[in-house]
Ligand binder design. Structure first.
Ligand code: SAM
Length: 237
């Protein structure tokens, strides 16, 4: 059945995540701060009246960076080491029909930012600039199911230790003096302790130099003795 309801973004999500690599694979894993900026047609304070009584929101959004690549019937979830295939509807693959994602995020309040009504949020797993197609309150009595089975994703991912060179530590401390970068150390630690590398890299010695982009910074790191070591931070060029 086809239908003609045309879906537009109601808002754009602003996050520190400037590239897909490094974004946590689910919401709530990293305490990253972000904003939902309403699009002009929805930029009315009345449209969010009453929303502050909820602690969490469901975001429905579009995996806009992957739309051009279409979808696949089966996918190889990173949880299974990339070795086993599951059906697209049995996973949270980003390559799916209609390209729609959903995430629960924490709501911190309604604010005005750059002349726009915004929601201050945290814990999202979204790329900066992701189009939000709907927002709904999270309702614990109905949405939280205590005895739900989590399939291949029953438990949160195992975290790995993150250490820092003296140079990296010093730069993080300097950046954090600026309001814009407050919480940078926690963000870097949260992102890297998830070990963002693809599954096939985790199974063997890995001498590669990696980079993740957070805010307007490139964070350089590598693997050493079963830990991640942050080597340096540089402004993104
Ligand atoms: N919680 C959501 C869900 O279940 O629909 C998303 C899960 S999905 C596995 C999370 C990943 O989506 C992130 O790690 C990131 O790589 C990717 N991602 C986030 N925003 C995206 C976007 N706008 N376009 C494409 N991929 C995106």
């Amino acid at each position: 059945m086809s239908f003609s309801n045309h879906i537009n973004a109601v808002a754009i999500c602003r996050t520190p995540y400037k590239q897909k690599f490094g974004i946590p694979r689910q919401p709530g894993l990293v305490n990253a701060p972000g904003y939902i900026e309403f699009e002009p047609a929805f930029n009315h304070i009345d449209a969010v009246r009453g929303i502050e009584q909820y602690s969490h929101l469901w975001l429905l959004f579009c995996f806009h960076e992957n739309l051009s690549q279409g979808w696949k019937t089966t996918v190889r979830p990173p949880r299974l080491g990339g070795n086993e295939k599951l059906g697209v509807f049995a996973t949270r693959s980003t390559f799916r029909p209609n390209g729609i994602g959903q995430s629960v995020v924490k709501l911190h309040g309604v604010v005005q930012r750059h002349g726009k009504v915004c929601l201050k949020i945290s814990g999202m797993d979204l790329l900066d600039g992701t189009p939000i197609i709907d927002i709904k309150p999270y309702i614990p009595f109905s949405d939280a199911i205590a005895d739900a089975k989590g399939g291949i994703a029953q438990d949160a991912p195992i975290l790995i230790p993150v250490k820092y060179t003296a140079q990296a530590e010093e730069k993080i401390a300097q950046y954090q003096l600026q309001e814009h970068y407050q919480g940078l150390a926690e963000l870097i630690n949260g992102v890297l302790s998830q070990d963002p590398r693809p599954a096939y890299k985790k199974a063997k010695d890995d001498p590669k130099l990696y980079q993740v982009a957070l805010y307007d910074l490139d964070i350089f790191w590598h693997m050493t003795d079963n830990a991640i070591e942050v080597l340096d931070l540089k402004p993104t060029t």
